[in-house]
Design a protein around this ligand. Sequence first.
Ligand SMILES: [Mg+2]
Length: 413
Amino acid sequence: MISTRPQPSADVPEPPFDEDTPTLLVKIFGKDRPGLTAGLFETLAAFSVDVIDLEQVVTRGRITLCALVTTPPVGSAEGELRATVHGWAESLNLQAEIISGRGDNRPRGDGRSHVTVLGRPLTAATTGAIAARIAGTGGNIDRINRLAKYPVTAVEFDVSGVPTETLRTELAIESSARSVDIAVVSSGLQRRAQRLIVMDVDSTLIQDEVIELFAAHAGCEAQVAEVTAAAMRGELDFEQSLHARVALLAGLDASVVDKVRAEVRLTPGARTLVRTLKRLGYQVGVVSGGFTQVTDALREHLALDFAAANTLEISDGRLTGRVTGEIVDRAGKARLLRRFAAEAGVPLAQTVAIGDGANDLDMLNTAGLGVAFNAKPMVREAAHAAVNVPFLDTVLYLLGITREEVEAADLQD
Ligand SMILES: [Mg+2]
């Protein structure tokens, strides 16, 4: 007969213990070797205990194994369990500690975040300062995990009990004081569900500014730089400065396009980032205030799903000094992110955007996760996360992907 009483959760049975259930925390530390975990549990099995929690880490060949188990059903057996586990540990030259208590971990507080720290090197002083800041906000570090050791040391702290925004603001102070990257993102299923990444091109996906490469061929680098500086001073908006700079290229032989394509240098880590995200099922796009003459080549070269930029007009084998089509500016980049997301069938909350310039700001704020990459301070401060090391694949660590996973996937291919 089916009960009509409301069930707390229809398909999940009640836990076999509550917070008052006596439990034993068994901690083993020592030189790691095959069979240790099996040995401990064979020893515990003789006492008919149940496993509630289990954590193991190996650091430089030393294992720390913590098992939280129920106390033996026969009360008198606890002393015997202790003696047997200690005897087993001594025979293997391991340290064992068994602590009596009740129940499981305290439930984690509200407000859960991942704090990713990138250091080159990551000093003890910095680590201490970050941990102290987290404690100062009332947050609790629930777990710490290394994501990468090369080319940066990347460590992830799982923090609970403090709103993500508060943590981000507090840790930004430590980040700039100590020249270390600290990215704070809220935890939860959203992070695992991210499915579209859209990148700026100049000084993000590539190391160059494409207009400067063209200007070098046209012999007008100084004039282009002057317009760029005027735009930075706020005397011209992006569209005005684009038209002014492209006008300086008028008359340039169209064969220069191929030369510029060949000169473009990808940012270190760009290939790894794109390859890894594509393996994970991401769609990858670029938007650029530069030119389709370059972004189309990048799209083909890196097998990107989306690319959009301004198009240099070419007539009778020469650049006319004009651009054609829809202008990709600050608002245009955000619009294109929305368009790509719609085409990919991905909600905006599940998108990631990366950029370095002021004209990336709207796009970074429109994405679920906006990452400032070696950006100016105003962009860094406005983005959800900032990376200031010159490796684009470090963005993977912000998504919780470890260097080991990236390398293992590369080996499999
Ligand atoms: Mg840029």
